[in-house]
Ligand binder design. Structure first.
Ligand code: SF4
Ligand code: SF4
Length: 353
């Protein structure tokens, strides 16, 4: 099959956050300093070259952008300030848009005003719903709980499953890898290990294991809060253990995300220097999720939620915006695609062996 060159690829990638990549003169310093790059699996220089040349089909079949955990070493050492670390991040956003069959990821990544419009639309939808039940708290809580369950199932089967199949098609099938079914089963443990521990990020930034620990706490707290609110009905339960557990995990989400937001504002590390709107939406909405969930439960325990229904409407708005926009089409998907990239990478290496 002839290789297709997209002469406008640099322009396209700029919309996803790439900065100055055409300044690269191919010296290879970035690959030499990257602690995750190996002889067999070498990046980021190769990705910079493919991007500069506009070889987008080669990028689409590659899993390498997901192997970068953005420590920023390559960017710090690049003599041309071509920002290879930010390029890898932009490629992850671009790939996310390519995997997404709805096309919404790409539109939302490229347009801040469209994202804000979608957020406002969801807010209007929540207000319409609250008004339609005459702001009855019991009904709002009940429907909010059902919404969480329906949203999880729908996003999983309507968005994530097809998108992961597309990712598999691009990166494994189209890359010409024929792996027997047994290989997929054997490699499954890698999927879960990477999903829950993100252990490669420890090797990425050896001087900053605190960053890995924060991510680890955040992933566990987020998944625990999801489980506590959806399956243990945190806002409706009388179990003191579940109530305390929910307070702890929502508080942890709050603490970690406050640190993330403050790091992005201070811009001291290279991974925080060039935040895109999708990065801000992700951390801020995660922060709001932690705070508003904590406050709703606190208002229930203080018996003041009935007279402060706005608190639950605020939480429901944040939750709906998170579940309908950020999780299926925003930065949250990186968590999923990166874990599957590690899995497919393992499958590919086992098949080649
Ligand atoms: S991105 Fe920078 S460090 Fe990497 S090859 Fe190009 S010029 Fe060299
Ligand atoms: S940001 Fe870090 S992990 Fe990513 S390519 Fe650069 S050096 Fe490697």
């Amino acid at each position: 099959m002839a290789t297709r060159i997209n002469p406008r690829f640099s322009e396209e990638l700029k919309k996803y956050g790439a900065i100055n990549m055409n300044a690269c003169y191919n010296c290879g310093t970035c690959t030499a300093v990257c602690s995750l790059s190996t002889t067999d699996d070498s990046f980021p220089r190769e990705m910079v070259r493919l991007s500069v040349l506009g070889l987008e089909d080669d990028i689409k079949t590659s899993l390498k952008p997901w192997e970068c955990y953005y420590c920023g070493e390559c960017t710090t050492n690049c003599p041309q300030t071509a920002n290879p670390g930010e390029l890898m991040m932009s490629l992850r956003r671009w790939l996310t848009a390519k995997y997404d069959w709805t096309g919404l990821s790409g539109l939302l990544y490229k347009s801040m005003s469209l994202t804000l419009f979608a957020m406002l639309l969801v807010f209007a939808g929540v207000l319409y719903f609250a008004n339609s039940v005459n702001f009855n708290l019991e009904q709002m809580l009940h429907t909010g709980h059902i919404f969480e369950m329906v949203a999880i199932g729908t996003i999983m089967f309507v968005i994530f499953v097809p998108n992961l199949l597309r990712m598999w098609n691009f990166t494994v099938l189209k890359a010409g890898v024929k792996a027997p079914f047994k290989t997929y089963v054997t490699a499954l443990s890698d999927l879960f290990v990477h999903m829950f521990t993100q252990k490669r990020s420890k090797d990425c930034d050896e001087d900053d294991s605190f960053r890995w620990l924060e991510h680890f706490i955040l992933v566990l707290s987020y998944l625990s809060l999801l489980f506590t609110t959806v399956f243990l009905n945190w806002f409706g339960t009388g179990s003191i253990l579940i109530i305390i557990f929910g307070y702890i995990v929502s508080f942890l989400i709050f603490v970690v995300t406050v640190d993330f937001v403050s790091s992005r504002m201070k811009k001291k590390k290279s991974l925080n220097k060039f935040s895109q709107p999708s990065d801000w939406f992700f951390v801020i909405w995660l922060l709001l999720m932690g705070i508003t969930a904590f406050m709703v439960r606190l208002f229930i325990d203080l018996n003041i939620l009935e007279s402060n229904k706005w608190m639950y409407i605020l939480h429901l708005t944040v939750l709906a915006q998170w579940a309908l926009i950020i999780v299926p089409f925003g930065k949250w998907t990186h968590f999923l695609y990166r874990s599957f990239a590690m899995y497919f990478s393992k499958v590919k290496s086992m098949a080649l062996e």
